[in-house]
Write a protein that binds this ligand. Structure first.
Ligand SMILES: *[C@@H]1O[C@H](CO)[C@@H](O)[C@H](O)[C@H]1NC(C)=O
Length: 318
């Protein structure tokens, strides 16, 4: 074990690096996606496979030496429960007032009837594992790497259940697993929620498309985000980049992530920052959610609702 004292922000720096460097076992990542994250993981259309995926994540966290937890929560259908899978890497300041927690998360369930795709015309469903097996495996790879170090601050890895609603509307509004995690598990584990440096949420991170005009923006976004719009135009609207989405309140984790990603020097894997400068508060209002709904559709919203800094890393699902 390397004796390496990491600050909370350097943890984020390393996650950013792990996502983009050769310091990853890409063979393991591909095999894991194929074996555990390539079929439907929905309680209605793939419950057995979903259970296997959940157990796999739990076993992996344990193998890395993390403290593991399963958080079972109620859904909007009385007979259906969800399970978040949690791995805690304790820092020196664990459960003290000095701790500055970092979160790394991805949801592991899928929409009903799909292996995890954002359904678009002409999409080869059988070939896609984008939503969100790729995010889960990136999170596992980061956990596997970070668990090798001792550190001052605690890192919490979470695979969320029920981002997706399900055919029976077990989660009528998106993000039920992360919402329950914030409302229930955080309080049961810490009693008083810890100071959090930032949470990284990954969802839809594998769709790389370098064909011209493959990327579009939601209506009105050219006006809301002119810098982003002109950057896409000058790149012939190729969908060959990741976006990192954040607000001014998320600046610490946002800037640290962008800095580490950029430092990798891999311009072929572009990064666009969608900076929502108009959301100036620590949490989001119902009006903010309506105005920026296309940027709200994942688990980061649960953190933003609780005044916790969080960034959303995504290929935009397009
Ligand atoms: C966030 O808060 C809004 C109310 O402002 C609520 O409608 C929504 O369901 C919440 N979302 C999550 C994921 O917590």
């Amino acid at each position: 074990m390397a004796e390496y004292k990491m600050s909370a922000l350097s943890v984020i720096f390393i996650v950013g690096s792990v996502l983009g460097t050769s310091d990853v076992d890409t063979v393991w990542m591909k095999t894991t996606i194929q074996d555990y994250f390539s079929q439907s993981r929905n309680h209605g259309t793939g419950s057995t496979y979903k259970e296997a995926a959940k157990n796999f994540i739990l076993k992996e966290f344990g193998d890395y030496g993390l403290e593991t937890h399963t958080h079972t929560f109620a859904t909007d259908v009385s007979t259906v429960t969800g399970n978040n899978v949690i791995g805690v890497s304790k820092g020196k300041y664990f459960k003290t007032a000095s701790d500055r927690v970092v979160g790394v998360t991805a949801h592991y369930d899928t929409a009903a009837g799909t292996p995890g795709v954002f359904v678009l015309p002409n999409w080869d469903m059988s070939a896609s594992v984008n939503a969100n097996g790729a995010g889960v495996v990136a999170m596992l790879q980061a956990a596997k790497h970070l668990a090798k170090f001792t550190r001052d601050y605690t890192v919490v890895f979470v695979a969320f259940d029920f981002l997706e609603p399900g055919e029976d509307n077990a989660c009528t509004s998106l993000g039920c697993g992360s919402r329950s995690f914030m409302n229930e598990w955080v309080y049961s584990f810490w009693s008083t929620p810890p100071t959090t440096t930032g949470v990284i949420v990954m969802d839809n991170i594998l769709n790389f498309n370098d064909i011209q005009e493959s990327q579009s923006l939601p209506a009105g976004y050219d006006v809301l985000f002119p810098t982003l719009a002109s950057s896409l135009t000058s790149n012939n609207n190729k969908g060959d980049f990741l976006t990192v989405i954040g607000r001014p309140f998320d600046s610490g984790v946002l800037n640290s992530f962008i800095q580490s990603y950029t430092a990798l020097g891999q311009p072929e894997f572009g990064m666009e920052n969608v900076y929502i400068s108009n959301i100036t508060g620590s949490s989001v209002t119902p009006d903010d959610i309506t105005t920026y709904w296309d940027l709200m559709r994942s688990d980061h919203l649960s953190f933003w609702n609780h005044s916790v800094p969080a960034i959303f890393i995504t290929d935009t699902g397009k």
